[in-house]
Design a protein around this ligand. Sequence first.
Ligand SMILES: Cc1ncc(COP(=O)(O)O)c(C=O)c1O
Length: 407
Amino acid sequence: MNATRKIYADYNASTPLHPQVIKYLKERLDLDLWANPNSHHKMGKMLLDGINRCRTICADSLAADTDSIIFTSGASEGISTIFHVICGNRDSNKDILLISSIEHPAVSESANYYKKFGYKVIKWPVNHHGEIDLNFIKSDLDNFKERVAMVAIMAANNESGVIQPIEEVGLYCERYSIPFFSDTTQLIAKEEFNFNKSAMDFAVISAHKFSGPIGVGAILYKHHKPHLKKILKENALILGGGQQEGLRSGTQNYLGIECMSVALRASIEDYKESKKLLHKYRMRFENDLCAQFKNLIILGSGASRRLPQTTLLSYPGIYGPIIQQQLDSQNIFVSTSAACSDHSNSNHQQKSAGIAQLMGYSEDVARGMIRVSLGGLDIVDNSEEIYKLLHLKFSQAILKLAKVGEW
Ligand SMILES: Cc1ncc(COP(=O)(O)O)c(C=O)c1O
């Protein structure tokens, strides 16, 4: 084992490009095919055909229909659009947005934004394992069914990796014909996903979470429900030249869309191949660390389902960023919190500590948090070696810092 080996373990924040994307790009750049895909000349048409082929690849990979896909600049745009579409289509009787307390800021801030237009936001709590409680949901939906404009529950949490019971939530929403949106950004290409079979009305994807480029993603919607297409069109967030049937104007990012399609197909294959081994070595890593350090906590380990490549751990009493620095100096890159917000945002640290406290842990636990999230080809070929090295480096760092009594 090479002790100076670089380990990038921050895949939930962003991922390196998949080797198949790099190969595709190299060959693609040599084609010298550039134009506006909406131009009527041959080059424009070739690009538009290419975008439509990508739509089919994405649809097949996500078990969705081709007509269900609207390309965007990423998950945040998709999420803002969905809220804009629902809240812009104001029905005065429907004034409640129901979300979970652990949503990504792209969801929680979008919901909060509409408070000034008279919406009330109800946030469902999570239990100690980071799972939303279905009983709260059922009782709120029973009580407020006529008033709920939309329910939004994330599929997998970006920090703990805990997978939420979205199927049950979706079915309950369906019973009352309440639009259901699930932020599937972290689930895609890490767990099986079938949009058509799901009870979701909307979902979103973001290429940089599955080894595609930053700045491209998609909204998925159930196109066979005609009212959804109608409200998407009438309340489109990005207006302009009417591209993508007027659902999202703006010249299509065809190079990004092509690379996203390659990445999506390749990453789904990688995860299919590596999921079992990844789970096995991740569990060994967690169990070995817990056996060695009695105070160590794995947040979300008691949940029924968790993403197979995410570990959120904390050693209360050792400040997470100090462990991170120790690991950084050895070329091991983990995160102390979701890298979702700009570092210039002074609330960054405060917001990111939220997940531990929302799960009922103390501030000590929140301050000790470190997230390890793997992915890419590394996990197909080397997950055993990587988790062994991570175990070694974590235990060295904890031993050193626990002795020094940092913070
Ligand atoms: C759960 C979740 N939703 C939404 C986003 C936002 O994604 P994007 O960077 O594509 O805007 C992220 C990114 O961290 C995320 O983890």
